[in-house]
Design a protein around this ligand. Sequence first.
Ligand code: NDP
Length: 246
Amino acid sequence: MTEQKVALVTGGTRGIGRAITLGLADIGVHVAAGYFSNEDSAKSTIEAASAMSGSVSVHRVNVGEPDECLQYAQDVIEQFGRVDYLVNNAGINIDRTVRRMSLDDWHQVMRINISGCFYMVKGVIEHMIERKSGRIVNISSIIGETGNVGQANYATAKSGLHGLTKSLALELAHKGITVNCVAPGFISTDMLSSVPPDIIEQIVERIPVGRLGNPEEVAFAVINLLDDRSAYITGAVIPVNGGLDM
Ligand code: NDP
């Protein structure tokens, strides 16, 4: 078994996930980053990490498919001998008011944003218990706390992650495994690119810090929770939102 720490980061080659992957590679971790559709980002993430003390491998996985999640976890455990960190970051939004939301819009967001997290946990939990060590961080959202017009599916999934996180934290606390959530506010990534500029302006006006967040600021919170020194933080939801929703 390698001495190097090993992380699984879903959606780990774009946006917030990429910042987490590169932040971990920069401190010497091997990151087995999941990606779904964007091969160019996957390749460029490996390249971006090439001069770092850690390393990145990429693994195609649809977190909405339980078998793919279990296989991804098993492959990494076999290949690298260990998984120290799981970051459930992959997420999608399909925004419509409830009146216009189809059953498929609802189920798709639940499948990726919450069931995907459950499937990934199932993939690593026995391994982490066996090693009496592990860190799990789930990326939720401010919207899981506040709700939002046109985001009932997304808000429900993200607040569901808070319940999953706290239940898992209770189940795993005495086994050396911590489970936490990081709940970003509005972060400058592709996910916000479909929001019209005038709406972004209105959002920024409500943010006490006066700007959108950047992916590295979310990654910093995640990486701190993964650190050995965070052993006494579990079941927490850490907001990274520039003071919005205090
Ligand atoms: P992006 O849209 O930039 O990236 C989404 C990531 O999820 C990509 O890496 C994508 O992979 C991956 N992904 C999408 N569908 C699947 C799937 N079926 N299986 C596996 N991976 C998948 O989003 P962000 O970086 O902004 O968001 C990352 C997380 O942060 C999400 O959970 C999001 O809900 C949350 N968040 C984001 C906020 C923001 O303002 N940006 C605010 C609050 C929370 P690929 O590129 O290969 O398709």
